[in-house]
Design a protein around this ligand. Structure first.
Ligand code: IMP
Ligand code: MG
Length: 205
């Protein structure tokens, strides 16, 4: 059988039995699911329909804020039934810590010129709002025809600046969440739902 890969061997190679016993290895540090995969997908369909109606007849530019928005961008954009273009911007608001520093750095700027464009900024989460506030100021200076925000999550009552977020998926309590693009120390972005971390996960290094 040398040189021939048999399906059962392949399965053995990717299936770690210790992982199977404990469930999905991505989920070991998750205490509880806050928003299920189904709830997210239903909401994105709803938002997509609303955005389709609101931007009918206009040329839309979806602007994703990396890295957190990459999962939502992919799903939401497929629910928007008008021609559109996508672009991404990468910013860093804080590193592995769970509190915002208020310092925003642009790591990757846009490829598009925004002048005269209808821009919809896609954000994973609005927490303190400082990142979004900074971004909106920066983008407004580029003279788009319109500029609105669509955020999957908004934490209730803790924004430190006033922000108009036109499209909000879910309002959540001010706890730290992961999944569906959101990370803790760069992990958990690939969970299909939004969940809460076990307290040990913050301290385990
Ligand atoms: P803000 O500037 O405090 O609004 O935070 C904005 C950024 O911080 C978001 O785009 C996320 O990348 C990150 N962030 C804020 N809250 C959370 C959270 O609960 N989980 C994961 N990342 C978060
Ligand atoms: Mg982050």
């Amino acid at each position: 059988m040398e040189g021939r890969v048999v399906l059962s061997e392949l399965e053995n190679a990717v299936h770690d039995p210790s992982v199977d016993e404990a469930g999905d290895a991505r989920e070991r540090d998750i205490e509880r699911i806050l928003i299920t995969e189904q709830q997210i997908q239903d909401k994105l369909r709803e938002l997509g329909e609303q955005i389709t109606r609101d931007y009918e007849g206009r040329e839309l530019l979806l602007l994703g804020v990396l890295k957190g928005a990459f999962v939502m961008m992919a799903d939401l954009s497929r629910h928007i039934r008008i021609p559109l273009e996508v672009d991404f911007m990468a910013v860093a608001s804080y590193g592995a810590a769970t509190k915002t520093s208020g310092v925003v750095r642009i790591l990757k700027d846009l490829d598009h010129d925004l002048e005269g464009r209808h821009v919809l900024l896609i954000e994973d989460i609005v927490d303190s709002g400082l990142t979004l506030n900074y971004l909106l100021k920066n983008l407004r200076g580029r003279r788009p025809a319109s500029l609105e925000v669509c955020a999957l999550l908004k934490k209730t009552g803790i924004q430190r600046v006033h922000l108009d977020v036109k499209y909000v998926g879910f309002e959540i309590p001010p706890d730290f969440v992961v999944g569906y693009g959101l990370d803790f120390a760069e992990r958990f972005r690939n969970l299909p739902y939004v969940g809460l971390l076990r307290p040990e996960a913050y301290t385990d290094g």
